[in-house]
Design a protein around this ligand. Structure first.
Ligand code: 6GU
Length: 266
């Protein structure tokens, strides 16, 4: 997977992702990340990339020319094929040959990002992110290049860089070889509308608090049941909206009934 990020703050993107799991995936060549500075593409002699909004109002608006030229350069790079790419390697990927990659504009007015989107986007060979700043970007260039408008939640940030990093992290986890263990991306929170159960490790007793007995029992069926019950309780408490969508079986319903937790379906 090749990630390209159009931004005025490339260091923020690179520094935010070159550590830990995404950093290792880059070192191993499983993902490639390139943060491209929009300012490098301005034709303005003072290197300005923004101007006052037509119609008036507060703040500045990013001009279309630098964004458009930055985008074209990325497209050129993609179509030339990056060094190290094996011929035909990407044939099963979503993107058509010489075609246009998905361009994700990070904006609070976009569709809310979620785990399903992360999983879907992980199937792309190239992804381009466009980070806005100031009061926005001239709508004409957005209409020309953007395929997806995405928000990461109902709050307003100062720019699209953190959302782009959030998305790249969440997407990368679904790419084969990024996580050590293949199953963990699929068995985790959200996959079945359930939040993760609590985890424990050594020591068996910490400041007088013991690890739940069942986890030391070696009884796998009981452990699995206990974990499922913990997930049900957590989801019911923290995410009633998700809890409504959980597929409940007979044992789930019995546990919920015993604990006076009301449920709708199953
Ligand atoms: Cl994608 N951008 C900005 N500026 N704020 C946000 C956001 C994006 N998602 C949530 N808040």
């Amino acid at each position: 997977m090749n990630f390209y990020v159009m931004t005025l703050f490339p260091d923020m993107i690179m520094n935010g992702l070159n550590t830990s799991i995404t950093g290792r995936a880059m070192e191993n060549g499983i993902i490639k990340l390139e943060a491209v500075n929009i300012r490098d593409y301005t034709n303005d002699k003072h290197k300005h990339v923004d101007d006052y909004p037509y119609g008036g109002g507060a703040g500045m608006v990013m001009q279309p020319q630098p964004v458009y030229d930055c985008y074209n350069n990325i497209i050129k790079k993609i179509n030339e094929g990056t060094p190290g790419d094996i011929e035909g390697e990407n044939s099963e990927k979503n993107e058509d040959a010489g075609g246009k990659p998905r361009v994700i504009f990070l904006t609070p007015t976009g569709k809310t990002f979620n785990q399903q989107m992360a999983r879907e986007l992980a199937a792309e060979e190239n992804l381009v992110f466009l980070c806005g700043h100031y009061e926005g970007i001239d709508q004409r260039v957005l209409d020309m290049i953007v395929t997806d408008n995405v928000s990461i939640g109902d709050y307003v940030l100062t720019g699209g860089e953190l959302p782009a990093m959030v998305m790249i992290d969440a997407i990368s986890r679904h790419i084969k070889g990024v996580l050590n263990n293949d199953i963990s991306a699929e068995t985790e929170s959200f996959t079945d509308n359930l939040l993760e159960y609590p985890q424990y490790t050594r020591p068996e007793e910490f400041m007088g608090v013991k690890v739940p007995e069942v986890l030391l029992s070696g009884h796998h069926a009981n452990i699995e049941r206990w974990r499922r019950n913990q997930s049900l309780i957590r989801t019911h408490q923290a995410r009633p909206d998700m809890f409504e969508r959980v597929e409940l079986d007979k044992k789930d319903r019995k546990f919920l009934m015993e604990n006076n937790i009301k449920y709708g379906k199953g």
